[in-house]
Design a protein around this ligand. Structure first.
Ligand code: SF4
Length: 232
């Protein structure tokens, strides 16, 4: 399954940038997001929870329009209500605004507003540090490890959870760590982050929550759900 799943996904999607929805929003607004900036990366990841990439990017740009270029100190000094109003477009704005404020507060108070010390830590230590911040979960911490710190890691979101179960990589109700472990055996070494992107794309394009488009899906030949539904 390892080489086959990755091969099928890679054959279908190739090397295309799978963040094209964000790119489109940024291009239209003639703006950019510095994903390598640790604080900005965490903010966009929080905004992207349970919404489309496009709406997360719109919320991010709106927040920058309201308070200027994002920094922990600036966000910490901004009233919660103002943040809520700015990010409304991405949904769940009450809890997301609180998490962003908590994040800024934590970084100002514990890291003197600068995460460069954290990104020099070993991966597990940095992950534990991030998980101490109220509202920061495993997925956000792993996105940080992958995109900011350059580690080979697969953050698990709702799309990946659903697709992994249907493919038969994990049992129904599998824990976050079990899914990560299964993906380590399903993608070649060094390709976990790309595997994460590919599975999210597959979930959005074919393996939709309500009605999966199995007959058109590029990985149906290795899928347990399709096999059991006699679609492969
Ligand atoms: S074949 Fe169907 S269930 Fe399997 S991954 Fe594709 S869309 Fe999802």
């Amino acid at each position: 399954m390892q080489q086959k799943l990755y091969k099928l996904l890679h054959e279908y999607y190739g090397n295309v940038n799978l963040h094209f929805e964000v790119e489109k929003v940024l291009k239209e607004a003639r703006r950019s997001i510095d994903y390598n900036n640790p604080f900005k990366n965490l903010v966009i990841t929080i905004l992207s929870q349970n919404t489309s990439d496009a709406n997360a990017a719109r919320a991010y740009l709106s927040l920058e329009r309201v308070i200027g270029e994002l920094s922990p100190r600036k966000v910490f000094a901004t009233r919660l209500e103002k943040i809520k109003r700015a990010i409304k477009v991405c949904g769940l704005y009450n809890s997301k605004a609180r998490t962003i404020k908590n994040l800024a507060k934590y970084i100002v108070e514990n890291y003197d507003s600068d995460l460069s010390r954290l990104i020099k830590m070993p991966a597990e230590q940095a992950r534990s540090e991030l998980l101490k911040i109220p509202g920061i979960g495993e997925k956000t911490a792993d996105v940080f490890l992958g995109y900011v710190m350059g580690h080979d890691v697969a953050p698990i979101d709702t799309h990946i959870r659903r697709v992994s179960q249907r493919l038969g990589l994990v049992r129904s109700g599998a824990k976050y760590s079990e899914i990560q472990e299964a993906l380590k055996h399903s993608f070649p070494r060094g390709k976990l982050l790309r595997g994460h992107e590919l599975l999210i794309r597959l979930g959005r394009d074919f393996c939709k929550a309500k009605s999966p488009k199995c007959s058109e899906c590029p990985v149906r030949s290795v899928c347990k759900f399709a096999r059991e539904s006699s679609i492969s």
